[in-house]
Design a protein around this ligand. Sequence first.
Ligand SMILES: [Zn+2]
Length: 66
Amino acid sequence: MKYKTGDQAELGIYECSRCNSAVAIDMKKQILPICPNCNHNSFTKVEEEDVHNKHRKNVEVPESLK
Ligand SMILES: [Zn+2]
């Protein structure tokens, strides 16, 4: 599922659809930002099983979601 900058997003990890940078949405920050790496505005939600998948090197799980 795709999300855009400014969307209200559920808690979790979102991955930029251009550069694959991970953005974490937590209780304090529930609106998707612009990608901090490339300023892109489209994200894909990373499912929980993917977060724990070591193949996704770019995803850093914040302490609040562990
Ligand atoms: Zn990006």
